[in-house]
Design a protein. Structure first.
Length: 410
């Protein structure tokens, strides 16, 4: 194994015990700055089973390199908490604007660490990118010693490295990674995320965290993000805001998206109407199996919604014409492509009314092992669908996303 490594390349690397069993992945590197010397590496933030992020002391690391870390096998599973004086390299250092001793400005893109003695790793060199010298391409790069650079803790910090890491994670894991950042840094990175990605991440957070991030966005940006969220998630979030700001955001949203959200806000949170999403897969009775399979195959459709096709009379957007029935995707797989959906409706699936209580709805889904349930209004029009995801979000504690392990123990 090498006695030198670049930090950005370590993020995401697997961590193994001496027997070769994987115990987690590196999510950040913890260092302690020193006034007259290069910073000392004190450990790693490692994500272990259950998405818990723990601290792995550098003294427990046997080797670094080759795209992996090997530990002594002893890892403290207490959740990582940053101490005073510590810095997270990925979250707080990389991307920062710095100045070389000769006055040249640059951006710190990576840094190397070297082993000075067994268990003692120090920052050695920094990999810098200078400003562009032409309108095309990136600026030139250079390596420098840590001590050859003037480090301003308040210097502007770009988020490229963190954004790249979040892009590789699913939405739930990206939400966890974002929440693990220091509060100010979390808000800065959230502002740099594209609207659709931030919407996906917000949907996986608890209400308090959602509100904190939305409060940091301007109204125009917040409305753009809400437009990208599932209507039921957007409605839940707006319901947590002061009425005046909630109404202002609804006015700024796209009219069709705002209409769906307003409809959901009209229902009680403990009812089928309050839990449902208004964007199920809806087709006509004369649509074919081939059309249905092509529709549910689309990447943007969530798995729980892709489990069934709902058949109605026109119009085919909620609220629809009269609800006719449901065809589950397994049934679609058993019939030829030209078979009409109207002949495949499942007679055992009965819709629920918008005012059905969440408790009764949950019992129905559990009794009949349902992934989703159609919701109709008094005129028997399909207005939405409640999925198992919606029910789980409703019955789990409010803070389960942030601290699921403590909730289980409590």
């Amino acid at each position: 194994m090498s006695s030198k490594a670049f930090v950005a390349r370590l993020v995401g690397c697997p961590v193994f015990d001496p027997q070769g069993d994987k115990v987690g992945r590196v999510r950040d590197v913890v260092m302690v700055p020193r006034e007259s010397a290069a910073p000392r590496i004190v450990g790693f933030v490692v994500e272990v089973t259950g998405k818990r992020r723990v601290f792995l002391s550098i003294g427990r690391v046997m080797a670094i390199g080759g795209g992996q870390l090997i530990t002594t096998g002893l890892i403290n599973l207490r959740r990582f908490e940053q101490r005073g004086g510590e810095q997270l390299v990925l979250a707080q250092v990389l991307g920062r604007s710095v100045t070389l001793r000769d006055g040249t400005e640059a951006r710190l893109e990576d840094l190397s660490v070297v082993e000075q003695a067994p268990g003692e790793w120090l920052v050695d060199q920094v990999f810098l990118r200078k400003p562009r010298t032409s309108p095309f391409g990136k600026g030139p790069t250079t390596l420098a010693r840590w001590t050859d650079v003037v480090h301003d803790p308040a210097g502007e910090q770009e988020s490229d490295h963190i954004l790249a890491q979040l892009q590789d994670l699913n939405a739930a894991d990206a939400a966890t990674a974002l929440l693990d950042l220091p509060s100010q840094r979390m808000l800065e990175v959230a502002e740099d995320l594209p609207d659709d990605r931030l919407a996906d991440v917000l949907e996986e957070m608890g209400e308090d965290d959602q509100v904190a991030i939305l409060d940091a966005l301007g109204d125009d940006r917040a409305a753009d993000v809400l437009d990208q969220m599932q209507p039921d998630d957007a409605a839940d979030l707006i319901a947590q805001l002061p009425a005046e700001r909630g109404e202002a955001l609804l006015e700024l949203m796209e009219p069709e998206e705002a209409e769906d959200v307003r409809m959901l806000l009209a229902y009680g949170q403990d009812t089928a109407g309050g839990l449902m999403t208004t964007e199920p897969v809806i087709l006509a009775s004369d649509a074919t199996v081939a059309e249905a399979l092509a529709t549910i195959r689309k990447h943007e459709i969530a798995p729980a919604l892709a489990a069934a096709v709902f058949v109605t009379l026109p119009p085919y957007e909620a609220p629809t014409g009269a609800f006719l029935g449901v065809v589950h995707f397994q049934r679609l797989l058993r019939y030829p492509p030209n078979e009409r959906l109207g002949t495949l409706l499942d007679p055992a699936i009965e819709p629920v009314r918008v005012d059905e209580s969440a408790a009764a709805l949950t019992r129905t889904m559990a009794t009949y092992n349902l992934v989703s349930v159609p919701v109709v209004d008094d005129a028997s029009r399909l207005v939405g669908v409640v999925t198992v995801d919606d029910v789980l979000d409703h019955i789990l504690p409010d803070d389960w996303r942030r601290d699921e392990d403590e909730v289980r123990r409590g």
